[in-house]
Design a protein around this ligand. Structure first.
Ligand code: ZN
Length: 440
């Protein structure tokens, strides 16, 4: 096998003038020596006639090859260059310069693309006036909602020392019957497990799958200080206040108001519409949603995937829910987290509170650490995919974003994984606890 051409020692007189190109070539020879890699000889041979740029590129390849195999390489010193690191340093400098150039070009291209995408999205003005559309029945339905809030349909969970009072649920049912006379006349109304309600609006086309609107009649207790008493149903400056105003009596009233208004206008659906109100959603729905589902399955013969769509409660209009958008926004919730209850217990030696454990941790400390670990190890974030998914919604809302977030939403192809990470590292607080547009 021919020895690598540039690896042969050459007399000092035959060395090329110290032009930059020549120095690089010399460096190549040295690098080839260093790894003693015969396969690189053709590359080196080509490098003789190459321009400085080509040399640098080849040099980078050779250098990388040299570094990779350095541990196993047999070093053959160049008698002329023994002990001199100059050429290698020059080669290294050249390679780094080339790398910087490549990185600079790539960054410039990336920046241009990000800027182009950002400038391509239109700018929309955020409506911060919160004005509801004028409707002749607006005041009437606001009053119905206020009346519904005054009925304390509080669900008490198993750990509470109070029993759930069924009387407000009965009163609420009566209020709905009086307030929505057309809906209660035209739709078939079934009391499911006594207090939950199922309305059926029969469609004209039986071949179409039905849809269902859901809400719940109950609320959670309302301890603490309130700007307006929680069960006052006060209407202040056009805003209805109280427990249940946004979770979830507005849905109850809103859905039935929609049915009532459609009936008033003579509308008849082609597709059957169900409206279902559970009465214990706040304590898991074992007495409400569970029975409603069973009823739909057995009495209405609606099995798995039997509905074309189900619309349930979701997030309310909030301000500050997404950084970069001023004013209230309504995110459509298109997926829901499940829930899990974990019981953590420990067996530890008994003791007395007058002599708490000093060196060894007591059971309370051990359990506390376990609970803390549970909280610190969240499930990974998962955004619903598809055209109605979180990213799709952000893209749709992109004209409303301002500042750096505008760049982010205009380039979700790049930043989506970052958003996901942010939402996992404290994002829920940022993304999920915005101030409600108007506290009610
Ligand atoms: Zn709710």
């Amino acid at each position: 096998m021919d020895p690598p051409i540039l690896c042969q020692p050459r007399p000092a007189s035959s060395r090329p003038a110290r032009s930059r190109s020549a120095r690089v070539k010399h460096g190549l020879a040295h690098a080839c020596f260093a790894c003693a890699c015969a396969e690189q000889a053709p590359l080196v041979r080509r490098a003789r006639a190459a321009t400085f740029r080509d040399c640098s590129r080849l040099g980078a390849r050779l250098l990388l090859g040299s570094l990779a195999s350095a541990a196993a390489a047999r070093i053959v010193p160049d008698p002329d260059q023994a002990g001199s690191l100059g050429p290698l340093l020059e080669l290294l400098t050249g390679s780094l310069l080339l790398l910087a150039k490549v990185l600079g070009t790539a960054l410039a291209a990336l920046g241009s693309l990000l800027a182009f995408n950002t400038l391509a999205i239109p700018r929309a003005k955020t409506d911060t006036t919160h004005q509801a559309a004028a409707h002749p029945e607006h005041d009437h339905y606001s009053q119905v909602l206020a009346d519904a809030i005054r009925l304390e349909t509080v669900s008490q969970d198993a750990g509470s020392d109070q029993e759930t009072d069924p009387r407000p649920l009965r009163a609420l049912r009566e209020l709905l019957r009086k307030s929505f006379p057309r809906a209660h006349e035209r739709l078939e109304v079934t009391q499911v497990n006594t207090y939950s309600l199922l309305y059926k609006w029969e469609g004209s086309d039986k071949s179409l799958k039905p849809i269902m609107l859901c809400a719940h009649l109950d609320v959670v207790p309302a301890p603490g200080e309130w700007e307006q008493p929680p069960f006052s149903g006060n209407i202040v400056d056009g805003v209805v206040w109280g427990r249940g105003a946004i979770d979830n009596k507005h849905n109850v009233v809103g859905e039935l108001a929609a049915v009532e208004e459609l009936l008033k206008g003579g509308f008849e659906p082609r597709r059957t519409v169900y409206v279902a109100f559970g009465h214990d959603e706040e304590i898991s729905g074992f007495q409400g949603a569970k029975y409603l589902a069973e009823h739909l399955k057995t009495k209405e013969k609606i099995g798995k995937d039997g509905m074309a769509a189900i619309f349930d409660e979701g997030p309310m209009m909030v301000e500050g829910a997404l950084p970069g958008i001023k004013g209230p926004i309504a995110l459509v919730a298109n997926a829901e987290k499940g829930a899990v209850t974990v019981e953590v217990s420990i067996d530890a030696p008994g003791g007395h509170s007058s002599m708490p454990p000093i060196k060894e941790e007591g059971s309370i400390a051990i359990i506390s650490k376990a609970v803390l670990k549970l909280e610190q190890n969240q499930f990974p974030a998962h955004f619903a995919p598809g055209p109605a998914g979180m990213y799709a919604q952000m893209a749709m809302a992109s004209p409303y974003f301002r500042g750096p977030m505008r760049v982010v939403v205009a380039n979700l192809w790049l930043f989506a994984p970052l958003l996901k990470k942010v939402s996992e590292c404290g994002g829920p607080r940022r993304f999920g606890s915005g101030r409600v547009a108007k506290r009610r």
